[in-house]
Design a protein around this ligand. Structure first.
Ligand code: PEP
Ligand code: MG
Length: 570
């Protein structure tokens, strides 16, 4: 039995067999072959096996992910049947007497290079198709099984170096019971998505990929951040009990689903949910969300090969507004960059993507993308209570520039005869220290703030949120962070505005008492954290928490704050 300590990224216990989502080693030796016809036949058989495999994957993808996502496999099948690729490979085997692996790799590399150098974007994408197809055929020649997450048909725990947000979005909830990765932190987007999908996860284990083999029995303890590999039957039994207790606890919290969130001395706060797609709404309603405090629209742009149209976006925003039936919905404009990439935008690689050309910076530069989104949002505004929020605002000039673009699109739509909501609140994420420090000035011009602590903490502490080696610096209870949070809340209130928080800190049990004391108006979190937070707040006294907040703001270290909170809520 082996034990790994990682970072608890999504609550719950999962026990299942491991499924490694790891790129296999496809290295081979170039050889001279004797019998060319046997080698050509071996190549043809590998092609046939790859085709059969792709057909199954395509059919499964059609059902599970829709025809759009299945189209990519259709394109791969066409490549496999293309004589322009296959004939030169077979000729190479025949004339040069090299093994099929070498003939395939050399010919495919030549085509990939040729396509990549073309000006035409469509042809450049074909290079990616050839690379994928070659990998699949090569794996068959070598007798190696490539991981195919869409083919998983039994309960598994995914083991990976890292999962991108779009990998995570494609995990099939029915079979994927948990996941564990070598890298990542609590606020990396795959962790955030695991929470909304209610998949227990432990990230940042450093060595899960090295330690876990396909088929090993694995326990993922998303409550404590532990992973147990091939546990003893006794430990499995103990964990079944922990799982059972956790489910019972959830059933207790579920009784609060239709209640509002009021402290023991009668102070009301709003508990809202963070969502990534309209599909997440079910979870918001089931967990008694009083609104959507953050709709991360970038997921609409991911896992596809071109930008979503205005119409597609309109339908998604409308669905969320209608689904929330008049409750507030804060939609954040595109926040691409950092760990959320859009390969089809073909942006140059950056040294420090979290400090780079992302979010509002990109939108102000690539205005067509921004304007399409704003138009879709404005058109959807009549279907509910829409609030628009700009991400990563660092200066008032950026906010004013973004607001000016919004106003222009508003005027255009009105002159086209489009009906818009009378009032659409306009706010910003406060996730860059410069903006928190200047919150008093911003508060004069915005309708609300939402504090994005995932980024605010990484920028204040200068600690990459994806890097588990510096994850000890993710310190939401540090007096430095709490002081910034207080500045933002006070600045909003001084101008009669409201302040919310949509970073992971808003759903954190140790932070909530202090945030209540600091006067935070809205807490937005993974839907699955809402009922637990409501149960906690009902037992807190707001005026006691104000005293606690004043005390901890003057403390020196995070651990002093944690001790003070624990003593206060005992
Ligand atoms: C944040 O930074 O706190 C936030 C909510 O945005 P994201 O996690 O999407 O960067
Ligand atoms: Mg952020």
């Amino acid at each position: 039995m082996t034990f790994l300590q990682g970072i608890a990224a999504s609550n719950g216990i999962a026990i299942a067999k491991a499924y490694r989502l790891v790129e296999p080693d496809l290295a081979f030796d170039q050889k001279t072959i004797e019998n060319v016809s046997v080698e050509v036949e071996r190549y043809r058989q590998a092609i046939e096996k790859a085709k059969a495999e792709l057909e199954t994957i395509r059919d499964r993808a059609k059902v599970d992910l829709g025809p759009d996502k299945a189209a990519i496999f259709e394109a791969h099948l066409l490549v496999l049947s293309d004589p322009e690729l296959n004939t030169p490979i077979e000729d190479k085997i025949k004339t040069e007497k090299v093994n099929a692996e070498a003939a395939l790799k050399e010919t495919a590399d030549m085509f990939v290079m040729m396509f990549e150098q073309m000006d035409n974007e469509y042809m450049r994408e074909r290079a990616a198709d050839i690379r994928d197809v070659t990998k699949r055929v090569l794996a068959h020649l070598l007798g190696i099984q490539l991981p195919n997450p869409s083919m998983i048909a039994e309960e598994v725990i995914i083991v990976a170096e890292d999962l991108t947000p779009s990998d995570t979005a494609q995990l099939n909830r029915q079979f994927v019971k948990g996941f564990t990765t070598n890298i990542g932190g609590r606020t990396s987007h795959s962790a955030i998505m695991a929470r909304s999908l209610e998949i227990p996860a432990v990230v940042g284990t450093k060595t899960a990929v090295e330690e876990i083999d396909n088929g090993d029995l694995v326990i993922v303890d998303g409550l404590k951040g532990e992973v147990h590999i091939n546990p003893t039957p006794e430990l499995v039994e103990q964990y079944r009990q922990v799982h059972h207790d956790y489910e019972n606890q959830k059933a207790e919290w579920a009784k609060l689903v239709n209640e509002s969130t009021v402290s023991s001395d009668g102070h009301h706060v709003e508990l809202a949910a963070n969502i990534g797609t309209p599909n997440d709404l079910k979870g918001v309603v089931a967990n008694g969300g009083e609104g959507v405090g953050l709709y991360r629209t970038e997921f609409l742009y991911m896992g596809r090969d071109q930008l979503p149209t205005e119409e597609e976006q309109f339908e998604a925003y409308k669905a969320v507004l209608v689904g929330m039936a008049g409750k507030p919905v804060v939609v954040r404009t595109l926040d691409i960059g950092g760990d959320k990439e859009l390969p089809y935008l073909d942006l140059p690689k950056e040294m420090n993507p979290f400090l780079g050309f992302r979010a509002i910076r990109l939108c102000l530069e690539e205005q067509d993308i921004f304007r399409t989104q704003l138009r879709a949002l404005l058109r959807a505004s009549t279907f509910g209570n829409l609030k628009i929020m700009f991400p990563m605002i660092a200066t008032l000039d950026e906010f004013r520039a973004a607001k000016a673009v919004l106003e222009e699109e508003k005027q255009k739509l009105v002159s086209e005869g489009q009906k818009l909501a009378d009032k659409i609140e306009l706010g910003i994420m406060v996730e860059i220290p410069s903006t928190a420090i200047l919150a008093d000035q911003f508060a004069k011009e915005v309708d609300f703030f939402s504090i994005g602590t995932n980024d605010l903490i990484q920028y204040t502490m200068a600690a990459d949120r994806m890097n588990q080696r510096v994850s000890y610096l993710y310190q939401p209870y540090s007096p430095s962070i709490l002081r910034l949070v207080k500045m933002v809340i006070d600045a909003a209130h001084a101008e009669g505005k409201w302040a919310g928080m949509c970073g992971e800190m808003a759903g954190d049990e140790t932070a909530i008492p202090v945030l209540l004391g600091l006067g935070l108006d809205e807490f937005s979190m993974s839907a699955t954290s809402i009922l637990k937070a409501r149960s906690l707040i009902k037992n807190l006294n707001k005026s006691d928490m104000e005293k606690l907040a004043n005390e901890v703001l003057n403390m020196q270290t995070t651990s002093q704050v944690v001790d003070a909170v624990n003593a206060a809520i005992k």
